[in-house]
Design a protein. Structure first.
Length: 406
């Protein structure tokens, strides 16, 4: 996909493209971010930066509104499958991300599910059987549900529609009050996340000057009216700033800050970001992950800790993991494995974890006494298949793009 996008962009501007900025959801974890970096390698382009989508949208909005210095801006990004929020402020050319938050499993798909549930309910009530569980039916339900959702969200009115499944026609009326009852449950969950993120900063909603709504699922009259009621309209604003295109335009502005083109008007943006996750280590003996780097710490940042070697085993293993707020929803990233025999006369190691500017996680291990670097293996448990870069590169290079071989 990335190769296709770059190829089409070259055709559009009639120039070579060697460097790119890619936007990602704020809560992409280390493995997801590294997969994007690897995709850029496979596509033969230099990845200049990974940019969080809410921040990209903010860059575009701020770029068109110069009178925003010292104001607190909240980016409310309700996308297809995730909810992300960022709190930031601007001081001259410097943009400071103060905090990030979000919910991984809330987005437009949850609104789609309200529609799907209603279709299934009416079908069963009409025919006494359920819609057949097939790939075709499931895909069709998703497509039709999204179409209905968009219409209902934009009009905030009921909708009557005929459907055809399993050789049967039937009519469904989507009552706006019923739809809004379920939709408000989703919106209130995002409100709780917003308030919780602000509370950890010692802030509350009245401290925010502007709320910028982005993401396809935020393009809803119900959502706009809901947040309009939560603020003081005399001092605060709710803004739709091109919610479907602001991310890509913000990424272009950020990419321009890296430009070497002498003729182009280069922006001087200085973006200061924060960590998206708590980064922790779990040992065989520990019941809970031990925090190394706190969420919402200015990037880049590193944390270190001394760990005793597991003398009962041939190797010492430490599990690297990330979590947002609750340790109950920890995401394992992989196992750090050290050969005990390679560390002569030592009973411990110094582990250094880095959270880099692009959000990826780096690992270093040292002899705690001499400071000498030590070798280790990192085992990613999420991937059982062997990954061969050369083979993957060969496959992608052979792909046809726009009926041409690149």
């Amino acid at each position: 996909m990335l190769k296709k996008v770059v190829y089409d962009a070259k055709l559009f501007i009639n120039e070579d493209i060697n460097k790119i900025v890619v936007t990602v959801p704020s809560h992409y974890n280390d493995l997801q971010r590294r997969s994007v970096i690897e995709a850029a390698r496979l596509a033969n382009v230099q990845l200049t930066s990974l940019l969080d989508e809410p921040i990209a949208a903010a860059l575009y909005y701020i770029g068109e509104n110069n009178a925003l210095n010292q104001e607190l801006i909240l980016i409310y990004d309700l996308g297809g499958g995730t909810f992300d929020l960022s709190v930031l402020t601007k001081n001259g050319e410097q943009i400071h991300v103060v905090a990030k938050g979000g919910i991984n499993n809330i987005g437009g798909e949850e609104f789609d599910q309200i529609i799907i549930n209603k279709i299934k309910q009416v079908y069963y009530r009409t025919f006494g059987i359920t819609i057949k569980d097939s790939i075709y039916n499931n895909n069709l339900l998703k497509i039709l549900a999204e179409e209905c959702k968009i219409t209902i969200n934009q009009t905030n009115q009921g909708l009557e529609k005929w459907f055809y499944f399993d050789n049967r026609f039937f009519r469904v009326y989507f009552d706006i009050k019923e739809y809004n009852t379920f939709a408000l449950e989703i919106i209130r969950k995002t409100e709780e996340c917003v308030k919780d993120t602000l509370k950890k900063l010692g802030l509350s909603l009245p401290d925010i000057n502007q709320i910028i709504l982005i993401g396809g699922a935020s393009n809803s009259k119900l959502l706009y009216e809901y947040w309009q009621k939560q603020i003081n309209t005399a001092f605060q604003k709710i803004i739709y700033h091109q919610p479907l295109t602001s991310v890509s335009k913000g990424a272009a502005i950020y990419a321009n800050s890296f430009s070497n083109d002498q003729e182009a008007s280069k922006s001087n943006l200085d973006l200061k970001n924060v960590s998206s996750y708590n980064i922790a280590i779990k040992t065989k003996e520990s019941r809970e992950p031990e925090l190394i780097i706190h969420k919402n710490t200015p990037l880049p940042v590193s944390g270190k800790k001394i760990y005793a070697l597991d003398t009962r085993a041939r190797r010492t293993e430490l599990e690297l993991c990330q979590y947002l707020d609750s340790k109950e929803f920890t995401q394992p990233l992989g196992i750090i494995s050290i050969e005990n025999s390679s560390i002569s006369r030592e009973s411990s190691i110094e582990l250094v974890i880095e959270n880099k500017v692009d959000g990826t996680v780096g690992i270093k291990i040292f002899n705690p006494h001499s400071g000498a670097p030590l070798k280790f293996d990192f085992i990613n448990n999420d991937s059982e298949a062997k990954y061969d870069f050369v083979q993957q590169k060969s496959l992608i290079d052979s792909l046809f793009i726009n009926n041409l071989v690149d």
